[in-house]
Design a protein around this ligand. Structure first.
Ligand code: 3PG
Ligand code: MG
Length: 404
């Protein structure tokens, strides 16, 4: 079976359509700092509005504890969504209670309501399938059909992603279709040279994807906090930098496997080493094999790849035809440690090929650094979801829509 798409739901005029979006955007002091996920949800929402459906949007935001918490209200999202759609978005102040019911009953054809954060209800994420089924049934009362378009959560077996899709006629939305097209381009005969750039803080988050990608790529570039575990695997001291000691042996295994496969794992040759973590830290550039050789000694910590490495990484990226990038190269939120991430993003925006920014922190990083979405082949809305797809895992939120 292949993915069921919107057409499979037939004429939606006057029908109540529940749409699961991933509107989990980063917030700072109640302000949305990156509205990428809201913008990515617009094509499906506009298509449904245009079709005259009565649109009931559901989403999570953050990880509240299964009960209402004002900090995680979708209020700012409702406001931004309304601006972007150019029409009113009614926010219901609960998810399956009387406020939600009232909002849904009040919808006319082409109107839009947003129900409050799904995760204000403990059953949404319960490990117990019958809890999730019960919660999904409460949601299902509000719809005649269900559209799943929250690509960022398709790797989660949660009520609004998995069980709800089984309780109503269901199909994937346009965002999920787009994201899958991109991921297929990365996995089925990607044009070579194929380079994957991995960063972010933990190697342990990336082990499965390294394992799955090693036989497929020409070069793997490693930056971010995880690079120090690689340096340690080569026998270098890394000062006070992030280090996952328990992963050193696994990483040694990857280095050996890469050798065997003729894949290049490229590590930084220089590192920006800081006296401490913070915007006011002193910092110097040191060779990657002599991080403790600076005046900070063993307390120095690496917070970005150095300029020589940034230039080498950029060169490799520019010469490739397919690039997937997940995870910042350094602490990009602090200007002194943003240069590595900026160099990678710039090179990716300039390639004559297909460059994909893979979700989460990397998507936030490119936007924070001032790039526009159309400077890249694609910016994914799913960090964990796209990694798990590339790992070859079966994703519950896709399988339930017929994807195999
Ligand atoms: C994300 O931001 O990773 C998605 O919205 C999924 O959220 P979660 O990791 O809290 O399940
Ligand atoms: Mg996540």
């Amino acid at each position: 079976m292949t993915l069921r798409t919107l057409e499979s739901l037939g004429d939606l005029k006057g029908k109540r359509v529940i749409v699961r979006c991933d509107l989990n955007v980063p917030l700072k002091d109640g302000q949305i700092t990156d509205d990428g996920r809201i913008r990515a949800s617009l094509p499906t929402l506009n298509a449904l509005i245009h079709a005259g459906a009565r649109v009931v949007i559901i989403s999570h935001l953050g990880r509240p504890d299964g009960e209402p918490d004002a900090k995680y209200s979708l209020e700012p999202v409702a406001q931004r969504l309304s601006e972007l759609l150019g029409k009113a978005v009614v926010l219901a102040h609960d998810t399956v209670g009387s406020a939600a019911e009232e909002a849904v009953v009040g919808l006319g054809d082409g109107d839009v309501a947003l129900l409050e954060n799904l995760r204000f209800n403990a059953h949404e994420t319960s490990k117990d399938a019958s809890d999730r089924e019960q919660f999904a049934a409460k949601l299902a009362r509000f719809g005649d059909a269900f559209v799943s378009d929250g690509f960022g959560v398709v790797h989660r077996k949660q009520a609004s992603v998995y069980e709800l899709a089984q309780q109503l006629p269901s199909a994937a939305g346009l965002l999920i279709e787009t994201e899958l097209d991109v991921l297929e381009r990365l996995t089925v005969n990607p044009e070579q040279p194929y380079v994957v750039v991995l960063g972010g803080s933990k190697v342990s988050d990336k082990l499965a994807v390294i394992d799955a990608l090693l036989p497929k790529v020409n070069t793997l570039l490693i930056g971010g906090g995880m690079l120090f575990t690689f340096l340690a695997a080569l026998g270098h001291k890394v000062g006070a930098s992030l280090l996952e000691e328990d992963q050193i042996d696994t990483v040694k295994g990857y280095l050996a496997k890469a050798d065997e496969l003729g894949v290049q794992i490229m590590l930084p040759t220089d590192i920006v080493v800081a006296s401490k973590f913070g915007a006011d830290a002193e910092h110097v550039v040191a060779p990657a094999d002599a991080i403790e050789g600076t005046s900070f000694g063993a307390s120095g910590l690496g917070l970005d790849i150095g300029p020589e490495s940034a230039a080498r990484f950029a060169e490799v990226i520019r010469a490739s035809k397919t690039v997937f990038w997940n995870g910042p190269m350094g602490v990009f939120e602090i200007p002194a440690f943003a240069a590595g991430t900026l160099a990678v993003a710039t090179a990716l925006s300039e390639i004559h090929g297909f460059g994909v920014v893979g979700g989460g922190d990397s998507a936030a990083a490119v936007r924070a650094l001032g790039f526009k979405d159309d400077q890249f082949g694609h910016i994914s809305t799913g960090g964990g979801a796209s990694l798990e797809f590339l790992e070859g895992k079966r994703l519950p939120g896709l399988e339930v829509l017929g994807w195999q």
